[in-house]
Design a protein around this ligand. Structure first.
Ligand SMILES: *Cc1c(COP(=O)(O)O)cnc(C)c1O
Length: 471
């Protein structure tokens, strides 16, 4: 009798992958994955569909409780089974796969993750992303994404918007590397992408811009595009937009503002176009990158291919609601819903408070660094939430600061970062720039961070790094 009850439970559990044989009647029940198809929108829709998703949600809920963890690639490869099988695996195994995947994923939403411009995990935006995935639609025509297309119009009503993955546009940088890559992809060639020197704080020197424009015009070239940056990726510097705008007007050049990072803080009406990534400072889930143009219709006039099977002009609704012909790609992911939902949940004032809070925390960090100037060296007063600094192990404390010491501090970065990753307790990024060797760049762009986390970050760096020795 006991056996029969057990068996009953197994049969009712599609997540059980044990093959059970009911020996007395010689019936075998195989609960193997695809034999139990889980499908939506059907009257006979399996209760398993609901149950499977409910269990996936459990995995997700567990995920947002966990902490940082790091494994080397070789070790990770050994721990995981990533093989693609010939035969279907049972749902139970897929649930295990989901768990394992998230278990070993870096928790970018953890308040001790300061590594990237996009950190944090906005829960409302997360819910939006889940729903977006469930809706699973393309964004090229109104007919297949009516609500989402209207949402895009609402969120950017005055700015003529579309969400496009993959950043800003070409020419003349003191800026993000994507500008150079655009020059390459756009067919200009990277040699025609001219870097304008920046000052010690990373801001474009406008006299240099003008000098370079004249220099190239004198040689018969036609400078036509200037990329200014509001919030550079490493230092968080803001280029002088007004002065750059005047130069652009004088020489008839397009002015683009790359505010991918700093856009949460600033919009300029002077520019011809602006990029802004809500997935960075605003904490919208990845990815959510936008580009805005001043001129009505410009995207269509550049990009329209008028594919007959998508963009028929005799549809029953106004074809201007079909956004697909504004962009160069065909399929476009819905990145609007999670932002729209998040915005509804926060209100504009909520975003304002978030920006203020992130700035406040960055100021707190700067203060703490200055208070511990034996252990930390602030490189410059930040304009944004990018805090650039060196960590000084015991070996280098109290010595005069010169270029020789900077080289050593640069070496400390790589060593300390290695220790941080091994310990798995904290993540901060480092990089060199054209003025200095490696230095740490800390980013506070997660709403979950508190003063306590900042203190933990600094004390943990010291705990892990005090005995580092470099030559
Ligand atoms: C992140 C970043 C980019 C790249 O944007 P993506 O949409 O992630 O490709 C461009 N410019 C700046 C200043 C950035 O910080």
């Amino acid at each position: 009798m006991k056996n029969i009850i057990l068996l009953y439970n197994f049969i009712n559990d599609p997540f059980c992958h044990i093959v059970i044989r009911f020996s007395t009647k010689n019936i075998s029940y195989k609960a193997r994955g695809c034999l139990l198809s889980i499908l939506p929108y059907r009257e006979d829709s399996n209760p398993q569909t609901r149950e499977f998703l409910a269990r996936v949600v459990d995995v997700l809920l567990d995920f947002i409780q966990q902490i940082l963890e790091f494994k080397m690639p070789e070790e990770m490869q050994k721990m995981l089974d990533l093989n693609l099988p010939e035969d279907p695996l049972p749902l139970k195994q897929l649930l295990e796969d989901c768990k394992t995947t998230l278990k070993h994923q870096v928790k970018t939403g953890h308040p001790h993750f300061f590594n990237q411009l996009s950190c944090g995990l906005d829960i409302i935006s997360l819910a939006g992303e889940w729903l977006t995935a469930a809706a699973n639609t393309n964004m090229f025509t109104y007919e297949i994404a009516p609500v989402f297309i209207l949402m895009e119009n609402v969120v950017w009503i005055c700015l003529q918007p579309v969400c496009v993955p993959g950043g800003p546009s070409p020419q003349v940088p003191a800026c993000h590397y994507s500008v150079k890559s655009c020059a390459s992809v756009g067919g200009l060639g990277t040699d025609y992408c001219i870097a304008v020197p920046s000052d010690e704080r990373g801001r474009m020197i406008t006299s240099e811009l003008e000098r370079l424009v004249r220099y190239h015009r004198d040689r018969g070239n036609v400078p036509f595009f200037v990329n200014a940056t509001s919030g550079t990726t490493v230092l968080g510097a803001f280029d002088p937009l007004m002065e750059i705008a005047d130069i652009c007007q004088k020489y008839d050049m397009w002015m683009h503002v790359d505010a991918a990072w700093g856009g949460g803080l600033l919009f300029s009406k002077k520019a011809d176009s602006v990029t802004w990534n809500p997935h960075k400072l605003m904490g919208t889930l990845l990815q959510c990158s936008t580009v805005h143009f001043k001129y009505e219709g410009i995207l269509l006039s550049c990009n329209a291919m008028s594919a007959e099977y998508l963009f028929m002009t005799d549809k029953i609704y106004d074809p201007r609601f079909d956004t697909g012909d504004k962009v160069i790609q065909c399929g476009r992911h819905n990145d609007i819903f999670k932002l729209w939902l998040q915005w509804r949940g926060k209100g504009t004032s909520g975003f304002e408070r978030l920006m203020d809070r992130l700035m406040e925390l960055s100021e707190y960090m700067v203060r703490r660094i200055k208070e511990q100037s034996d252990k930390f060296h602030l490189i410059l007063e930040p304009e944004m939430v990018n805090v650039s600094f060196w960590y000084l192990p015991k070996q280098l404390r109290g010595l005069p600061h010169d270029s020789n010491k900077e080289i050593k501090l640069g070496k400390v970065c790589a060593k300390l970062k290695g220790r941080m990753m091994q310990a798995g307790t904290i993540m901060v990024g480092y990089q060199p720039d054209d003025r200095r060797p490696n230095f740490f760049r800390n980013i506070i762009s997660s709403a979950a961070v508190t003063e306590k986390d900042v203190d933990f970050l600094l004390s943990e760096m010291d705990r892990l790094g005090h005995d580092i020795v470099v030559d």
